[in-house]
Design a protein around this ligand. Structure first.
Ligand SMILES: [Zn+2]
Length: 171
């Protein structure tokens, strides 16, 4: 895996965009959403650049990085481990209390090694979004309106150039 999605997956992303399930990330929509930086949950995979992207949103990019990123909070995902997920959630709650922020940015991404390990394609991954969100909302600390679900992808565009895009996951 070279960190770029396949041609087939590229077409899946294009279709999801057409169906409005993925919306191109607009910086102006996200900038200023969080006075104290919020916290991003990003996969630990060194082949993606979501963290650099995240620094555009805020000058205080607090971040939790773990292999799989938000996927580890999806109960139905085969890589889910209850004690691990609960421990991370507690750590996030504590850190966000210290940093005085309630804003959470969840970055799913593709290609994601952990997703691929369990044969989860892009659509299967995105299908876990509601479940991941619910894992947080189940804890009173986290507010639904302050949880932002994003999708970061490395793809070859129509012009044959490598691009890294971020999308808002809709629904
Ligand atoms: Zn990953």
């Amino acid at each position: 895996m070279n960190g770029i999605i396949s041609q087939t997956e590229n077409e899946v992303v294009s279709r999801l965009k057409r169906e409005d399930k993925l919306q191109r990330f607009k910086l102006e929509e996200f900038k200023g959403l969080t006075r104290n930086g919020g916290v991003a949950v990003i996969c630990l995979d060194g082949d993606i650049d979501a963290f650099n992207h995240h620094t555009a949103i805020t000058h205080r990019p607090h971040c939790l990085r773990v292999f799989g990123g938000p996927l580890v909070f999806a109960r139905s995902f085969p890589g889910f481990r209850e004690a691990f997920a609960v421990g991370l959630l507690e750590n996030l709650r504590l850190g966000m209390t210290i940093k005085d922020t309630k804003t959470l940015f969840l970055y799913l991404h593709a290609p994601c090694g952990l997703a691929i390990t369990y044969n989860y394609g892009i659509e299967e991954q995105l299908g876990l979004t509601a479940e991941i969100r619910n894992f947080f909302v189940g804890d009173q600390f986290f507010l639904p309106e302050k949880i932002h679900c994003l999708f970061h992808v490395k793809r070859i565009n129509k012009g044959g150039e490598l691009e890294q895009n971020t999308y808002k996951i809709v629904g």
